[in-house]
Design a protein around this ligand. Structure first.
Ligand code: NAD
Ligand code: ZN
Length: 396
């Protein structure tokens, strides 16, 4: 089959690889009808995620049709149309039973690698390094889905692929980020980053009752989507001092909660951002936490900082003193996908939200190398790329 493979930093190729096969009795094989490139894939593309190997199949946002099921999988049938969560969870361990699905204890066969780095391992992930299990991803014509009796969500035919595909990651991720803010009536939520995760965090904050959302980025098309489609007030950090502007907009108090939907590759123009850039270039630091520093310093006293943006290592100049002095609560982590997928599908069916608003580019799998570049550079007003294996794209 054809698949999008990693070959090194900024080197992604479409190659022929062996078809996946059932390995365990609870597996299923899915013929992929739609798959997307995520901001998390850009961290791999940029060389920030360790334990990637040449030839690894990328991709963790995908959906399709079940073409084969293992003998112990009684939940799926051949022909089912499913969306697959990006986290792999067994459904039976302590963490899965607590609905902490992304912390599953049984789905990472390379847990020892993560244990060395972090003390304990989280769940396995599709297409996201050997440290997270070495599972081939879904930017391919077919994918093997482990524990497929608890992961994949069946979706009704009446909804299009683009309406349900983002249940695989970014919609639940934006939603959990907003839910972590414990929004109360009257609350103001500030969101750093108007990429796909930020856009779903904005929409979710309103769905959960926020009075006002203020969104921060520097790309006009992303700010405009946040403002026109997301009803957010927007700040372009290239033009205004974000810390001052947020203070002004909240009567001097600061937002009740702050969401960092940027992650470890934050861009910035202040001294700390240049310092991060220099240190990561010299391999003296792993992450560039400029947006996170800002969120911690802007949040109101006693507020919440919710971090869906991915961080990988040891952060430098992390303002824990400010977080402590202000009594902030920090919440973060990979999304507990299985908890959110059914309730968010219900919201799509009710018409609360149509996630297809995020798609700007529809392309064929063969276009992946070019589209990784376009999405990374934010060229051509690119916000979200959907690839359709087996079909030519329209290039946009
Ligand atoms: P993206 O790259 O499209 O968006 C990031 C946005 O942040 C860009 O629009 C960029 O301009 C903006 N940005 C950069 N520096 C900024 C700053 N200083 N202030 C404000 N905005 C700034 O990526 P995405 O797909 O939206 O993903 C965002 C983050 O969420 C990534 O780190 C990704 O890995 C992470 N993520 C986490 C999970 C999870 O389970 N927690 C799931 C999916 C994605
Ligand atoms: Zn993702």
């Amino acid at each position: 089959m054809k698949a999008v493979c990693y070959y090194g930093t900024e080197d992604v190729r479409v190659e022929r690889v062996p078809d996946p096969a059932i390995l365990n009795p609870r597996d299923a094989i899915v013929k992929v009808t739609a798959t997307a490139i995520c901001g998390s894939d850009l961290h791999i593309y940029g060389g920030y995620i360790p334990t990637m190997e040449k030839g690894d199949v990328l991709g963790h946002e995908f959906m399709g049709e079940v073409v084969e099921v293992g003998r112990d999988n009684h939940a799926l049938n051949v022909g089912d149309r499913v969306v697959v969560p990006f986290t792999i969870s067994c459904g039976r361990c302590y963490y899965c039973k607590q609905q902490l699905w992304s912390l599953c204890d049984n789905s990472n066969p390379n847990a020892w690698m993560a244990e060395k780095l972090y003390g304990f391992s989280a769940s396995g992930l599709f297409g996201y390094s050997h440290m997270y299990g070495g599972y081939p991803g879904g930017q391919a014509e077919y994918a093997r889905v482990p524990f497929a009796d608890v992961g994949p969500l069946k979706v009704p035919r009446a909804l299009s692929d683009e309406q349900v595909l983002f249940l695989s990651d970014i919609f639940p991720t934006g939603y959990m980020a907003a839910e972590n803010c414990e929004i109360k009536p009257g609350d103001t939520v500030a969101v750093w980053g108007c990429g796909p995760v930020g856009q779903f965090a904005i929409r979710s904050a309103y769905l959960l009752g926020a009075e006002r959302v203020i969104a921060i980025d520097r790309f006009p098309e992303r700010l405009s989507l946040a403002s026109v489609h997301g009803r957010a007030d927007v700040l372009n950090y290239a033009d205004v001092d974000v810390v001052e502007a947020l203070r002004d907009l909240t009567g001097g108090q600061g937002p009740d909660s702050c969401i960092d939907a940027v992650g470890l590759e934050s861009h910035g123009t202040t001294l700390d951002a240049w310092y991060d850039r220099a240190k990561t270039k010299m391999y003296l630091a792993t992450d560039r936490p400029h947006a996170l520093r800002q969120a911690i310093s802007c949040g109101r006293k006693g507020g919440i900082v919710s971090i869906p943006g991915v961080y990988g290592g040891w952060l430098d100049k992390f303002p824990l003193g400010a977080a402590f002095a202000k009594g902030l609560t920090l919440k973060m982590g990979q999304t507990h996908m299985h908890k959110y997928m059914p309730q968010l599908l219900a919201r799509i069916e009710r018409g609360d939200i149509d996630p297809s608003f995020i798609v700007t580019h529809r392309v064929a799998l063969d276009d992946a190398p070019q589209m990784y570049r376009t999405f990374r550079e934010k060229q051509d007003a690119c916000i979200k790329v959907v690839m359709k294996p087996g079909q030519p794209g329209d290039g946009r």
